[in-house]
Design a binder for this molecule. Structure first.
Ligand code: HEC
Ligand code: HEC
Ligand code: HEC
Ligand code: HEC
Ligand code: HEC
Length: 394
């Protein structure tokens, strides 16, 4: 009996969070398309569908960088990051012995390798991640996120917003985190993102203010449409639904007017105020995002001088060497604009200028991290326009 208990303890240490296998009929979003076509297509265009390493260059290169610098095996790092990026993974932790075995080439084709390359996680954050959560443990320590914060429903049970839904394909249950309190669902992963050594580089939960919900802005307003095209008594049911695109920082047009600018001349300085009407900081969500202020000094139509100011955070490891957020042991001052707050930047006025134009942009990855990871796709360096303002100095 004692031996049996020991075995169970060891087993749990190796596998961490409880895994519930999702059956073939529910594993992939293509199975849902017959009845939820619109929703599946919206989701396919979202970044949740790209959270797997095969679909996101930045994530894939970060995994390799972390593995190389921390001397952990790539599979072990993949398992660790899957906590939030691929929560339906079948192995949820590995230990130091695994890394040793990996170096010795003893892990080829083993359970961990099968888990990280399995079809079950290839869709990233898909339907059976958000809709098969039975319980969110908000009482748990705030460091426990993703897989370690939830309990899964039995395979084929979908958690949804409606209290009276019936489906011929799957069971349904309703939950407060699908209707009254959806932020609880988002905070399962969008909170307390931390480096390997514990340094917290973003926490959308602690910075969040007000009563709005993430879904109000990132899934759009509720509107009338069908949730399923399946017909009951020859008719589809009309419902209040939202958009499953989860548009955010990666979509340039979302940035238009996300922040506001105010300019004021104070003695021989220009005071640039950035106002954030949103309920979370900007930048936020992940480290190494950037705001860029392009300042142009003019005399009439002639440009006298242009300067670019970067508002971003730097990440450091031992001996102040630059690194990526997940390996940082320290970080520079937080330059983000607080939720419902503002940030003031002062610049010296250029002699002879009689007007100044300031434009504000957003960038997904700052130059330091782009260089460290050798990111190639232009999406990471592209500037998304937010707003512009000018002032006459006459
Ligand atoms: C990141 C989490 C997340 C993912 C991934 C996700 N959903 Fe949802 N879904 C939600 C939330 C939250 C709601 C409730 C929205 C509301 O009404 O406020 C919802 C609502 C729904 C509804 C009710 C109708 C509606 O639009 O409100 C259906 C049906 C649904 N989802 C199916 C799917 C399918 C199918 C997929 C996979 C293609 C999917 N969802 C992926 C979070 C998610
Ligand atoms: C044969 C048709 C069919 C298939 C296939 C199907 N569903 Fe549904 N689903 C429905 C119907 C019908 C409803 C109820 C719609 C309503 O009441 O407006 C529903 C409702 C839902 C809801 C909302 C439940 C609630 O209580 O709010 C979710 C979430 C959902 N489905 C997810 C999925 C996922 C994920 C898949 C794929 C694994 C899937 N469905 C496959 C027919 C289907
Ligand atoms: C299981 C973890 C998880 C849950 C739950 C989750 N997200 Fe995400 N979300 C992620 C990850 C990981 C990414 C980054 C994917 C990538 O960029 O590859 C992401 C990306 C996003 C983005 C950025 C999209 C872009 O274009 O920049 C938005 C917005 C977002 N999620 C909103 C939400 C909302 C709203 C909810 C709650 C309804 C939610 N998420 C629930 C993990 C999650
Ligand atoms: C009042 C509307 C509003 C609400 C509520 C809201 N957001 Fe946002 N969020 C925005 C806007 C506007 C932006 C900037 C443009 C964009 O990316 O959509 C943004 C940006 C983001 C980004 C990218 C940030 C960056 O700097 O890279 C993420 C991730 C995100 N939101 C997640 C969330 C989550 C999670 C919640 C809930 C805890 C939430 N948002 C609530 C409006 C909102
Ligand atoms: C606590 C949950 C969580 C864990 C654990 C986690 N991430 Fe993430 N990660 C997120 C969320 C949520 C986002 C989306 C933030 C946004 O879009 O602003 C994200 C975004 C990212 C991005 C930016 C992707 C893009 O397209 O811009 C990278 C890179 C990344 N994570 C790397 C990692 C690595 C490497 C690990 C493991 C060492 C890891 N993450 C572990 C939650 C997590």
């Amino acid at each position: 009996m004692k031996l049996f208990l020991l075995f169970i303890i060891a087993f749990n240490m190796l596998f961490g969070a409880e895994v519930v296998k999702v059956g073939e009929r529910f594993e992939s979003s293509t199975k849902c398309k017959v009845c939820h076509k619109r929703i599946v297509e919206e989701w396919e265009n979202s970044w949740h569908s790209k959270s797997h390493f095969a679909k996101d260059e930045y994530f894939a290169k970060s995994l390799k960088y972390v593995s190389r610098k921390s001397r952990k095996s790539l599979n072990a790092v993949k398992v660790q990051c899957a906590t939030c990026h691929n929560p339906r993974i079948s192995v949820t932790t590995t230990d130091e012995d695994y890394d040793i075995a990996a170096v010795m080439g003893l892990t080829k084709g083993d359970e961990v390798e099968q888990a990280v390359n399995s079809k079950a996680i290839s869709e990233g954050i898909n339907c059976v991640v958000c809709h098969s959560i039975a319980k969110i443990h908000d009482e748990y320590d705030k460091t426990k996120r993703g897989i370690n914060r939830v309990e899964w429903t039995a395979s084929g049970v979908m958690t949804g917003p409606y209290r009276d839904a019936k489906s011929p394909y799957h069971k349904v249950i309703s939950h407060e985190f699908m209707n009254e309190n959806p932020n609880k669902l988002c905070f399962v992963c969008h909170a307390n993102d931390r480096a390997l050594g514990g340094l917290v580089f973003t926490d959308m939960q602690s910075e969040f203010v007000g009563k709005k919900s993430c879904v109000d802005c990132h899934m759009g307003k509720k509107r009338r449409d069908v949730a399923a095209t399946y017909q009951f008594n020859g008719k589809e049911k009309m419902r209040m639904v939202r958009h499953h695109g989860f548009k955010g920082g990666h979509t340039a047009r979302m940035w238009k007017d996300a922040l506001a600018l105010k300019l004021k001349k104070v003695h021989n300085k220009l005071e640039i105020t950035i106002l954030n009407p949103q309920p979370h900081n900007i930048p936020s969500g992940f480290g190494s995002r950037e705001l860029v202020l392009d300042v142009t000094y003019k005399k009439g139509f002639t440009i006298l001088k242009e300067e670019s100011i970067s508002l971003t955070r730097r990440y450091m490891r031992k001996r102040n060497k630059p690194t990526i957020p997940h390996l940082a042991t320290s970080q520079s001052k937080d330059e983000s604009v607080r939720a419902h707050g503002k940030k003031v930047v002062k610049v010296a006025l250029f002699k002879d200028a009689n007007s100044v134009e300031v434009s504000l942009y957003y960038r997904l990855v700052n130059k330091e991290v782009r260089t460290l990871l050798d990111l190639k796709d232009e999406i990471w360096s592209k500037k998304s326009f937010i707003t512009t303002s000018s002032i006459s100095l006459k």
